[in-house]
Design a protein around this ligand. Structure first.
Ligand SMILES: [Zn+2]
Ligand SMILES: [Zn+2]
Length: 296
């Protein structure tokens, strides 16, 4: 039996959305960020600048994710024996740092402007925010067209809808500033936007750190995996179980299993164990079989 020769099942990484959806959201979001930055700076709206910073973070996330995905598709080398799957995590880590720094700038500036409001020209700001709503709703439709049950894509759609809501808040604030002349409201909105951006940055940081620090991947239940191993024939004890992510889509396990010889052949047992683990989402497993302790 060629159990050890079995090729590792390869899983595919999926960027959320088709290549066309990806390309369009990069182009549209870059254009949108540039427009919002220029209008925000020229017409005094920090809220709009905050929205631009967020959209810029999205573009950086998409591009970094794309580059890292290409890198992680490369075969493992003699030196990098795990391949480059984790480059996606490094990319998110870098993006999280960028987002957090940018949101800190918006927050500090927002607090300063609360006390010394800057004159805001509501008209252009209103239009730029409206374009933000339109672009994000359109992108959500692009991604949503084939979202189905794919969690990544649904997350992308929810993200885009949230972005549309943020732009809508900037739009409403501009409208109120236009009618009332309350320039401080723009700063207050900017603080809200800055907090939302910081929160998304922390979430990205938390996710990428959990992979960098070898946490058990989300969606895999460590206790259930150990129980599944214990239920296999002849198993007396399972210990030293480690489960970690090789990339966003591939998980690995090492475990020591003490088992009674005799019930079935070791290679057959390993074959069963690997199949069971694959069902639980772990495609890359290494199991050390150990004999039961000698009774003296
Ligand atoms: Zn966004
Ligand atoms: Zn052991």
């Amino acid at each position: 039996m060629a159990v050890q020769r079995q090729p590792h099942p390869r899983q595919h990484q999926h960027r959320p959305g088709s290549p066309a959806a990806f390309r369009w959201s990069v182009i549209l979001n870059s254009g949108l960020s540039a427009l919002q930055l220029v209008i925000g700076v020229s017409f005094g709206s920090l809220a709009l600048i905050g929205d631009a910073v967020h959209n810029l973070g999205d573009v950086a996330g998409l591009l970094l994710g794309w580059g890292a995905e290409r890198l992680s598709a490369r075969a493992p080398s003699k030196r990098y024996t795990y391949g480059f799957g984790r480059s996606t995590q490094l990319a998110s880590l870098a993006n999280a740092v960028f987002i957090l720094m940018a949101s800190a700038v918006v927050l500090v500036e927002g607090v300063q402007r609360l006390f010394e409001p800057v004159e805001v020209s509501a008209g252009p700001v209103l239009w730029a925010a409206a374009i933000g709503v339109a672009v994000n709703l359109f992108s959500a439709r692009l991604f949503g067209a084939d979202a189905g049950h794919d969690l990544n894509r649904r997350a992308a759609v929810i993200h885009l809808l949230t972005d549309a809501a943020v732009s809508a808040a900037v739009l409403i604030a501009a409208l109120v500033v236009g009618f009332t002349g309350w320039n401080w409201l723009d700063a207050a909105t900017a603080i809200g936007v800055g907090l939302a951006v910081a929160w998304s940055g922390i979430e990205i940081l938390r996710q990428s750190l959990s992979i960098v620090l070898d946490a058990v991947p989300e969606g895999i239940d460590q206790a259930a995996v150990e129980a599944a191993l214990r239920q296999l024939p002849g198993v007396l004890n399972v210990h030293h179980v480690h489960i970690w992510a090789l990339s966003t889509s591939q998980s690995a396990l090492t475990a020591h299993v003490v088992r009674h010889p005799g019930s079935i052949d070791d290679l057959d047992w390993l074959h069963q164990a690997k199949q069971r683990l694959a069902q639980l989402g772990i495609a890359h497993s290494t199991i050390q079989l150990e004999p039961p302790p000698q009774e003296v």
